[in-house]
Design a protein around this ligand. Structure first.
Ligand code: CU
Length: 113
């Protein structure tokens, strides 16, 4: 019983220790158009090492990303978003990836439908 308590305390302190390296940033993603863009970015970032949670806000066209600063950094995240076909802060979209996006996900795509 005592041992179990000790394990709980130990795992709690480990959890807090890891939390210190987690940073949350808001990335400007002004070219996102629809829910599909949202899924593309959230799923794409989810595959990146060191990235915890990412949430795309379509209304404000921003992407909130929490990541472990020891495993990745903002530049890598911006590049990953660019490689998915979207602008991230000052990093413009990878043009090949952008061209490969479905029509609704391109700039102005929603208005044309
Ligand atoms: Cu889209």
């Amino acid at each position: 019983m005592r041992y179990r308590m000790l394990m709980v305390l130990l795992s709690l302190s480990l959890y807090v220790g890891c939390g210190e390296e987690n940073i949350s940033v808001t990335v400007m993603t002004p070219t996102i158009q629809c829910g599909m863009c949202q899924k593309t970015i959230e799923m794409g970032l989810g595959k990146l090492e060191g990235v915890g949670r990412s949430t795309v806000d379509l209304a404000t066209k921003t992407t909130q990303v929490s990541f472990n600063s020891e495993k990745t950094d903002l530049a890598k995240i911006e590049r990953a978003i660019s490689d998915l076909g979207y602008q991230a802060n000052e990093t413009s979209a990878n043009s090949d990836a952008y061209e490969a996006l479905p029509a609704c996900c391109k700039i102005g795509g929603m208005e044309k439908m």
